[in-house]
Design a protein around this ligand. Structure first.
Ligand code: F6R
Length: 250
């Protein structure tokens, strides 16, 4: 089932998305959170830090598994996803860093690293809440449009559109890594609950295609229609195509 929560702007999206995380943490202190990087969850992380500071929530017993990491970047590289997570969440809440997990971008054998990460995710006994953003091309994690859905952690070549989109964070396009390790779609779908966050006009069309178009690996996020429990938190711009074509859904 998919529930759409419409918010005005990215700040309000952050608050309603933080409400979804808070509900999970309140019902299970040792919850397993699947986390995402990128701009979509930033406001949510800020709100979670505020709530943790205020003593409303705690990450003391929480375990996390992140979706993905660039191949070739060390955790100290300021564009690595490990660095992003420390900077945007882990360094500011009461989480034990030993309980946080990301694929290693520096593993000498990325395929072996995928198998290691599968075992890490399996050892958690199930993800209670998986946070996702959505790529302009419909990717989730770094599972790019394809002719098949991936299952476990996999090493991917990023598409030109994803490299273009991510080049905004690097000094030049040449410095954007071309490969990443990502949790697979089968793993994402196993989460008990999924929280998809989308902001801005650039996501409007792909969000409508994902939630109302054909379920196809050409639009990886469309698989979420088969997930048990999905909450979409999106701002007015990201929901603009849905509002025009399916007003009854909002
Ligand atoms: C990040 C991730 C990606 C992003 C997606 C959207 O961990 O897995 O799928 O969620 O590329 O990125 P933003 O949020 O920057 O628009």
């Amino acid at each position: 089932m998919i529930r759409i929560i419409a918010a005005i702007d990215s700040k309000e999206v952050g608050k309603v998305a933080a409400d979804v995380v808070t509900e999970v943490l309140k019902s299970k202190k040792n919850a397993v959170l699947g986390l995402a990087t990128g701009s979509s969850p930033v406001e949510m992380y800020k709100e979670l830090i505020r709530r943790c500071d205020a003593g409303e929530i705690s990450f003391k017993n929480v375990k996390t598994v992140n979706l993905d990491e660039y191949v070739g970047l060390s955790p100290e590289h300021d564009q690595s996803y490990a660095y992003f997570m420390s900077d945007n969440l882990f360094d500011h809440v009461d989480i034990d860093k030993k309980n946080t997990n990301l694929p290693s971008g520096l593993a000498p054998d990325p395929e072996a690293e995928c198998r290691r990460y599968d075992a890490v995710v399996d050892s958690m006994g199930g993800v209670d809440l998986q946070v996702l953003g959505i790529g302009n091309n419909g990717h989730i994690g770094f599972n790019e449009p394809s002719d098949h859905f991936t299952y476990g952690t996999n090493c991917v070549e990023l598409t030109a559109s994803t490299i273009d989109a991510n080049s905004r964070f690097f000094a030049s396009r040449d410095l954007v890594p071309t490969r990443a390790i990502t949790m697979g779609i089968g793993q994402i779908m196993k989460a008990k609950k999924i929280l998809l966050i989308a902001n801005g006009k650039g996501k409007a069309e792909i969000l409508e295609r994902s939630l109302f178009g054909e379920v196809t690996p050409a639009v990886p996020a469309s698989i979420l229609r088969f997930a048990q429990d999905v909450v979409v938190c999106a701002d007015a711009e990201a929901l603009s195509v849905i509002a025009a074509k399916h007003p009854e859904a909002l």
